[in-house]
Design a binder for this molecule. Structure first.
Ligand code: MN
Length: 149
């Protein structure tokens, strides 16, 4: 990033000089209709702040990893799986995803779900559930009805 101290907000949850990127560019992780914008990558903080947007009826990847996430919803409504819980989420809600916790975000049918996500700059790669892990997750009926993989 350059040294410009302020990147002005643009219409449609965009920011000056910030590209809209594919959610994931490597591997075969399943997801549907998600974009990513990297807002800050600060070596002195050791973290990145990203903005993800899940289109209506879209979903992020069901995954887990050693690094944690701190999430704040900016727009829209949806639901998330964090560990054993599926809960509705909306604007300004804060979601903490601890290390090694299965998680997935889904947008409602009416509007995109947009959220900030803070992560370590240096982090491990996400793991996808094995068939056995998926089966274990699906033993909880609420989780079975929610997850997309
Ligand atoms: Mn994740």
């Amino acid at each position: 990033m350059d040294e410009q101290p302020i990147r002005r907000a643009q219409p449609g949850y965009r920011w000056e000089a910030v590209d809209v990127l594919a959610y994931k560019t490597e591997g075969a992780a399943p997801f549907k209709d998600v974009t990513r914008q990297c807002l800050f990558r600060a070596d002195d903080l050791g973290c990145e702040l990203r903005y993800f947007e899940v289109a209506a009826e879209g979903h992020s990847t069901l995954e887990r990893h050693e690094h944690a996430h701190a999430v704040m919803v900016l727009r829209g409504r949806g639901a998330c799986l964090v560990g054993e819980r599926v809960q509705a989420i909306g604007p300004q809600d804060l979601i903490h995803i601890p290390a090694w916790t299965w998680h997935q975000f889904r947008a409602n049918s009416a509007e995109p779900l947009g959220f900030l996500c803070m992560v370590n700059a240096a982090r491990d790669r996400p793991q996808l559930p094995s068939d056995a892990e998926l089966a274990a997750l699906r033993r909880n009926p609420m989780i079975a009805a929610f997850i997309r993989s």
